[in-house]
Design a protein around this ligand. Structure first.
Ligand code: ZN
Ligand code: ZN
Length: 176
């Protein structure tokens, strides 16, 4: 049986992680837990010239750290993530692999100069967490804009989609 371990990658707020466990467990019908102990210090992945964190470096480090663990690992950080070809990413995952990482750096209203909204932040983080974990379970991007596997490049698109898998994606997931 599969499972999901959520782990903080600093900078990160553990309270946000705790609130992901129940809805993620419901989405994937697997046990979900937050890792005990020290969060992973994300400073190794910091790129000085970009002033951002390398999502690939974090994924590699999580793979190493949780080498012996069965199941999926989701790193959650408030660090701004990048991949070399893009300005930023909300997250990255190993397709049909073990590790995913999500950032809530750009998910808060305060990032866009608006008043902070904790519930909205949590809801966006959940959607992006389901999305990236969906990739680790082998799901690809979905053309249904309400489906959580729809690719989002901005928070507007995240807000349009639901935190649920569409019927097609749900079927694909259950076939795996
Ligand atoms: Zn994606
Ligand atoms: Zn879908």
């Amino acid at each position: 049986m599969s499972s999901v371990l959520i782990t903080a990658v600093t900078p990160s707020d553990r309270r946000l992680l705790d609130r992901l466990t129940a809805p993620l467990a419901k989405s994937f019908v697997v046990p979900v837990n937050v890792a005990f102990g020290e969060p992973l210090d994300g400073s190794f992945a910091f790129n000085l010239s970009r002033n951002q964190f390398s999502s690939m470096a974090i994924i590699s480090k999580l793979l190493e750290r949780y080498e012996d663990l069965e199941g999926k690992v989701l790193g959650v950080t408030s660090g701004d993530l990048f991949v070399p070809v893009l300005t930023y990413v909300f997250g990255e995952a190993q397709l049909e692999g073990k590790v995913a990482v999500v950032s809530y750096h750009r998910l808060g209203e305060d990032f866009y100069g608006l008043p902070a909204d904790e519930e909205l932040l949590q809801s966006r983080l959940l959607k992006e967490s389901v999305h990236e974990l969906g990739h680790t379970f082998g799901l690809l991007h979905c053309s249904n804009y309400l489906c959580v596997m729809h690719s989002s490049t901005g928070v507007e698109e995240i807000d349009i989609k639901t935190d649920k898998l569409c019927a097609d994606c749900r079927k694909k997931l259950s076939e795996r």
